[in-house]
Design a protein around this ligand. Structure first.
Ligand code: FAD
Length: 357
């Protein structure tokens, strides 16, 4: 019997598991290997931080989905993928495959040593979830200083969410001088800036983080003390050795428009660099659109068909940023709309995606 390995439990593989539960593929042994049993939906993370959604509502139980799909679930960390010997090597074992699908996400660039008691990188998301529980349990926000390094959309959403949940925190967002939110229109950028200011969050857009110490950070503008630190300021490909695959300098796998990495392998999501769109931002909106293409092309690969579907990244898409208090900012093209309605639309889309009511 042919062996298919699903490496990682990302959004594309969640979609495959759901479809396999409805329509199994005959004569195929499928194994999913992931290093974490839950798959978080980051779009709902700010709502979780604010206390609107539970952890269960914002995540899939990967083992349960595997069981329903008749897929063998392995909880282990992948260290190496060898495209020539057709082997996935984990910390515990070696898994030979005939076909491989990879959906492994990306990792925080862990440039600094941090104290996990009061600091976290945003990836993996499970660390951010634990960090939030710890903050909640300590009930210790009065006058405490939180630094969020990274003024991208995730850093901003996190700042607004933590400020709403823990109003006594003094939050500073550090950005290192790039254009502020380059993928959003100017109305959107100005509105976000004014919301940040209204919530008394400090936005310091030209402060590059240079070093992290136990109680303070060093930036090009001087030192800043913190009680809590979140690092949302740099990502790279996951720490896996890929043999016989084309990879970028940052260890993202290069794929063509059909998401093929080589004759027997497909890959999607944050872990890829599309040869035709190398600068595509790493965002869930793209991963979610790639998921059905991955499924379609995986079936074609298994059946030896060549009619693969091409993935074309959408040039314009609806951007909805949760700004807290059940309000959101929605933008598309040059248009921008703020208030409760965008939040309701986002809440509806997110809940529908999760399928948990
Ligand atoms: C704080 C935050 C907020 C965000 N908000 C948004 C948003 O509002 N909208 C948006 O579009 N995007 C958002 N993003 C980006 C979005 O989360 C990602 O683009 C999306 O999750 C990518 O999905 P993926 O399927 O490629 O990978 P992931 O969802 O990252 O899944 C990767 C999977 O691989 C597994 N894995 C990783 N390494 C290994 C290994 N070595 N061995 C085994 N398994 C492994 C992981 O456990 C996981 O199951 C946000 C990101 C962050 C960090």
């Amino acid at each position: 019997m042919k062996k298919l390995i699903l490496a990682g439990g990302g959004h594309g593989h969640i979609n495959i598991l759901k479809l396999l539960a409805k329509e199994p593929v005959a004569d195929l042994e499928i194994t999913l290997i992931t290093n974490f049993g839950r798959q978080y939906y980051s779009g709902m993370l700010p709502g979780f931080i604010e206390g609107i959604y539970t952890e269960d509502k914002i995540s899939f139980d990967v083992e349960e989905l595997c069981r329903e799909a008749g897929v063998t679930y392995v909880n282990d960390k992948i260290k190496e993928v060898d495209g020539e010997r057709q082997l996935v090597i984990t910390e515990e074992a070696k898994y030979p495959y005939d076909f491989l699908s990879m959906n492994l996400g990306l990792a925080s660039r862990e440039d600094f040593r941090i104290n996990p008691e009061n600091s976290t990188y945003v990836k993996p998301i499970s660390s951010l979830v634990n960090f939030t529980y710890n903050l909640e349990n300590s009930q210790d926000d009065e006058g405490k200083k939180m630094i969020i390094a990274g003024a991208g959309v995730s850093g901003i959403e996190l700042a607004l969410a933590y400020k709403n949940r823990f109003p006594h925190l003094n939050i500073t967002i550090l950005g290192k001088g790039e254009k502020f939110l380059p993928n959003f229109n100017s109305n959107f950028r100005e509105k976000i800036k004014s919301l940040i200011k209204d919530r008394s969050i400090k936005l310091s857009l030209d402060s590059e983080l240079l070093d992290v110490k136990e109680s303070h950070v060093k930036t090009n503008k001087g030192e800043l003390e913190y009680d809590y630190l979140i690092l949302a300021n740099g990502y790279k490909g996951v720490d896996i050795l890929y043999k016989a695959f084309e990879v970028t300098e940052e260890n993202y796998i290069l794929v063509d428009d059909y998401l093929t990495a080589n004759e027997k392998s497909l890959a999607m999501g944050d872990m890829i660099s599309l040869k035709s769109h190398r600068n595509l931002v790493k965002a869930g909106v793209f991963a979610i659109r790639q998921a059905p293409v991955l499924y379609n092309n995986l079936l074609a690969m298994l059946e030896g068909r060549r009619n693969f579907q091409a993935y074309k990244p959408q040039s314009k898409y609806l951007q909805i940023v949760n700004v807290g208090n059940k309000k959101a900012l929605m933008g598309r093209g040059s248009f921008c709309f703020y208030g409760r309605l965008p939040w309701m639309i986002k809440d509806y889309i997110d809940r529908k995606y999760m399928g948990k009511g």
